[in-house]
Ligand binder design. Structure first.
Ligand SMILES: [Zn+2]
Length: 338
């Protein structure tokens, strides 16, 4: 009996020793600063039948946000143009092509004011689609106010002069106007090289061509491919400067259109694409109703800026895989219509 015990004890002790030595070795490896990465790398065994260790991967911090608005881009035009770079981005994005809308007055200046401020048109005071200097800048607290106050470098590159009215000059460190997609993306690339906290890029041409030749026509779809080339250059610049992993990107539009206008007579005038890509975003189609004011709220949420109590916009929490604590009432077609 004793003999048997000794024979059993010896291998058991050996195993215990082996485990302890291994544990000490692993501990010492993990404590070595140069090998710190080992501690956060999930251990994947070579046996295919075993499940890899489910180590939670920390969500990288969002350090900057880029909002891209294609003027007058209908969501159903993206695949028809087609826009291969945007479609590729969408594979890893949360997106809505059927449930996002702009305000009651689906026009460039009022829509963009709501997009960047989270407010309805009556609160931004931007009630005309023209730049009236005497009316002042968009009222209320917008994301440029918040980001600039937080010490971020703010950049606005637009394709129409009137967009100056969207933000006070003192809140935009850089404000540039260029009139075609290639020139706009060239400036954007230069600004990406200098880094930024908040950047708004506006591509004007789909709207101009839609008014001239018709929405969804050959020319309209063709210029969207130019806008897609511009997106490719912007994404490449983010990659080249090592910024892509920490940048949140929202691609959207101010309004849609039909025939040669967007006066708000059909749903296609109001419907906008809403695509979000970046750290923490759960790819897939979004189901919640989205209003253009939610863009501002989502930017503020992502950059840890204060959500303003008077904003109509609500962060699109669903895009971050979170239960939406607050949603737009089902389904007021346009909350900013009252
Ligand atoms: Zn427009």
């Amino acid at each position: 009996m004793k003999k048997l015990n000794r024979r059993l004890v010896k291998p058991v002790l050996f195993v215990v020793d082996f485990v302890m030595v291994t544990a000490l070795l692993v501990t010492s490896i993990l404590q070595t600063p140069v090998l710190v990465d080992v501690a956060v790398t999930p251990i994947v065994t070579s046996t295919s039948t075993q499940t890899p260790t489910q180590t939670p991967i920390p969500v990288p911090k969002i350090e900057r946000v880029l909002v891209i608005s294609y003027d007058g881009m209908r969501p159903d035009a993206i695949s028809k143009a087609p826009m291969p770079n945007l479609l590729k981005l969408m594979e890893n994005s949360a997106y809505s092509l059927t449930s996002a809308e702009t305000i009651a007055y689906p026009s460039t200046l009022p829509s963009h004011a709501s997009m960047l401020s989270g407010l309805c048109m009556q609160d931004t005071g931007i009630v005309f689609d023209r730049y009236f200097k005497y009316m002042g800048y968009s009222k209320g607290v917008d994301i440029f106010d918040l980001a600039h106050k937080a010490g971020m470098r703010t950049v606005m590159i637009v394709g129409k002069d009137k967009l100056r009215q969207l933000a006070e000059p003192e809140t935009t460190d850089v404000f540039e106007i260029r009139y075609d997609e290639a020139s706009i993306s060239k400036i954007a690339v230069e600004e990406i090289q200098k880094d930024f906290g908040l950047m708004f890029v506006h591509f004007p041409t789909p709207d101009k061509v839609g008014h001239k030749y018709t929405w969804m026509g050959y020319s309209y779809l063709k210029v969207l491919t130019f806008g897609d080339d511009a997106l490719r250059d912007i994404l490449t610049a983010l990659d080249d400067n090592g910024l892509r992993e920490t940048t949140l990107i929202i691609v959207t539009a101010d309004h849609g259109g039909h025939d040669k206008n967007h006066e708000g007579t059909v749903i296609q005038d109001f419907r906008i694409p809403w695509i979000i890509y970046g750290p923490g975003i759960v790819p897939g189609e979004l189901t919640v109703p989205i209003q253009t004011m939610d863009t501002a709220a989502t930017v503020a949420y992502a950059l840890d800026l204060t959500l303003q109590p008077d904003w109509e916009g609500i962060p699109v929490y669903e895009a971050f895989g979170q239960t939406r604590l607050k949603v737009h009432k089902e389904y007021i077609q346009h909350p900013c219509h009252e």
